[in-house]
Design a protein around this ligand. Structure first.
Ligand SMILES: [Zn+2]
Ligand SMILES: [Zn+2]
Length: 75
């Protein structure tokens, strides 16, 4: 995975994250908004676990976030 520089704090800690859509409640958010419990992601909106990929949830895009200052940017 390639790191890119953050326009805000200049550290090279921008990491790409998946943007996930949960079909059950139509919540759309980056993977770091979902709590991971064991091997499962938990939806922050409806608190249900995400089960079958493509059936319950899907990756709809990606976003970059700086590990240092939390600045977010679309690719
Ligand atoms: Zn930054
Ligand atoms: Zn949900």
């Amino acid at each position: 995975m390639s790191m890119k520089a953050c326009p805000q704090c200049q550290s090279e800690t921008m990491k790409e994250h998946d943007v996930i859509m949960h079909y059950l409640c139509s919540f759309v958010g980056p993977d770091y908004d979902f709590t991971s419990r064991a091997t499962q992601f938990i939806c922050p909106k409806c608190t249900y676990g995400l089960n079958v990929h493509q059936n319950d949830w899907e990756v709809v895009g990606s976003v970059y976030r700086c590990e240092a200052c939390s600045h977010e940017e679309l690719p």
